[in-house]
Write a protein that binds this ligand. Structure first.
Ligand code: ATP
Ligand code: MG
Length: 497
């Protein structure tokens, strides 16, 4: 589309009209002048080819900053720093401190959208408020005005303004300081969230890592999809595996990837389902709601089964319609599985914005199948003992090593032992600075050999007690813990069989 510089083209016309009006005022009879003055505004508006929109900093309620104003402020940030001569600076902390620039009062910048030029200007209303104070208080109210030619009315009022608001909100989300919330009883407290974990540093098979990242990114961009299919914009993840395999680290990496806040929900300190509901309703959009060690947080299985027996009806048929029995019985009762399931399924259908719900557990088999069925926990992710591929990620992070003569030995031992990434990482920590890579790798080999020997002795001892062979006993032991020989869960082993 041809770009039209409307301001340059229309300038001489406006100047001529104003000159004629001044001449007319000088020589015109009094009554006629009055008449013209009365109608001059209307005439001027008729000929004035531009439309002007004002966006005030405060809405009707003087204490509420207008969302549109702050979105525009963010949107204009980059063009302001390029074009305006006078700028205002503010510091934003998001991991590191960074400067955010916006245009100063009574500055102007131009913007271009689909070939149409527009002009943004900043202004300020000053008024003196009535006050009993010795010094008069000055009330400042900022505003932005947008000016554009009236022939672009539809484009600007429709597409352009929603583009500005969307872009402005996205910039605001990027610059904001993220928070880690924890609950103490029914109140959330927060600290600044600055965890360094990222998917680059997570030790895991590259293919699996990519699949998780793709899933997260697809979810975060799927607002229209969820609206179209009539589902709440939420996704449940269940992270399971032995202690020290990176479940908590992965949650931090997920939040960092999507730029989300984290709500770490401590269920044991929540008194009842009413408190749980309050806490969950208070969570904001673009957040990860985490319930760690779900199997330890509640006697989930027992309470659910007991409740089922008492009520004699299926709990999970339509959880949205039911009021948890505990809420009606007693305010002192504990959080129950049915309460938790109700909220996961139903509550956020009424809340705007996207949320991830992440459960972690060391014992998958202890969880009630109703809690982890697809739809509630959409994606089950196993974090397991350190594989050779995972070791290579750790070695790259900790030692900046791509390969080494000792890798072959490590590959062999890692395949035969169950060592968590946390333990492997501990061996790779340099003992002196600068570290000696060979010393670290030899330390790891010694650790792996010891773990292998310990496992062999343990299996022998248990076999002696049971009167079976060490190999059979090791297999039995794996099944009891829910883990197979190679560190995979029983469920996974079955899938593989
Ligand atoms: N897969 C991994 N990738 C990178 N680092 C890891 C990984 N697993 C564990 N670690 C390291 O080990 C430490 C402990 O890991 P983390 O707390 O994430 O384990 P977890 O699975 O949550 O354990 P738990 O079940 O006891 O809560 C982390 O600080 C991290 O540095
Ligand atoms: Mg953890």
């Amino acid at each position: 589309m041809k770009t039209v510089d409307m301001f340059t083209q229309s300038g001489p016309v406006i100047v001529s009209v104003m000159f004629l009006w001044a001449m007319f005022k000088q020589y015109c009879p009094h009554q006629l002048l009055n008449y013209f003055e009365k109608h001059s505004k209307r005439v001027f508006t008729f000929f004035y080819p531009f439309i002007q929109i004002t966006f005030n900093e405060f809405t009707g309620d003087r204490f509420m900053r207008s969302e549109a104003y702050s979105a525009i402020e963010n949107y204009l940030g980059s063009s302001s720093s390029m074009q305006a001569k006078r700028l205002k600076a503010d510091v934003v902390k998001n991991g590191t401190q960074s400067l955010v620039l916006s245009m100063d009062d009574f500055e102007e910048v131009t913007d271009e959208f689909q070939g149409v030029k527009l002009r943004w200007a900043s202004g300020k209303h000053l008024s003196k408020t009535q006050s009993f104070s010795f010094y008069p208080v000055t009330d400042e109210r900022m505003y932005y005005t947008l000016t554009f030619h009236k022939r672009h009315r539809n484009l600007i009022l429709g597409t352009y303004l929603s583009h500005v608001l969307k872009e402005g909100d996205a910039i605001k989300m990027k610059n904001r300081q993220r928070k880690l919330y924890t609950n103490s009883g029914s109140y959330w407290r927060h600290v600044v969230f600055e965890h360094p974990a990222s998917f680059d540093t997570i030790a895991m098979e590259a293919e699996k890592k990519k699949e998780i990242m793709d899933d997260l990114i697809t979810f975060s961009q799927a607002e229209e999809f969820y609206a179209r299919i009539g589902r709440a914009w939420k996704r449940g993840y269940l992270l399971y595996g032995p202690p020290g395999t990176g479940k908590s680290t992965m949650i931090a990496a997920m939040a960092n990837l999507l730029n989300y806040d984290i709500y770490d929900l401590e269920l044991t300190s929540v008194k009842d389902n009413t408190e749980l509901r309050k806490l969950l309703i208070e969570t904001t959009s673009r957040s990860v709601i985490v319930i760690e060690d779900i199997d330890c947080s509640l006697d989930l299985t027992g309470q659910r089964k007991k409740k089922k027996e008492e009520q004699g009806r299926g709990d999970e048929k339509d959880p949205k319609l039911k009021v948890p029995k505990e809420e009606t019985d007693s305010k002192q009762s504990q959080v129950t599985l049915s309460g938790l399931l109700n909220f996961i399924d139903g509550l956020w259908s009424a809340c705007k914005g996207e949320r991830l719900v992440v459960f972690t557990t060391n014992f998958l088999e202890k969880l009630d199948p109703a809690l982890i069925r697809k739809g509630r926990m959409d994606k089950h992710i196993e974090l397991s003992y350190c594989s050779f591929e995972a070791f290579k990620v750790l070695a790259k992070n900790y030692l900046q090593l791509e390969t080494h003569d000792l890798y072959a030995k490590i590959q062999e031992l890692v395949g035969e032992t169950k060592m968590t990434p946390a333990e492997v990482a501990e061996h790779l920590m340099p003992k002196t600075l600068p570290g000696d890579n060979k010393v670290c790798l030899e330390g790891l080999i010694a650790g792996l050999e010891k773990a292998k020997e310990d496992a062999r002795l343990k299996a022998e001892e248990e076999a002696r007690e049971k009167g079976s062979s060490p190999e059979e006993n090791a297999k039995e032991q794996g099944k009891e813990n829910g883990w197979c020989d190679n560190g995979n869960t029983e469920m996974n082993c079955k899938e593989k069989e």
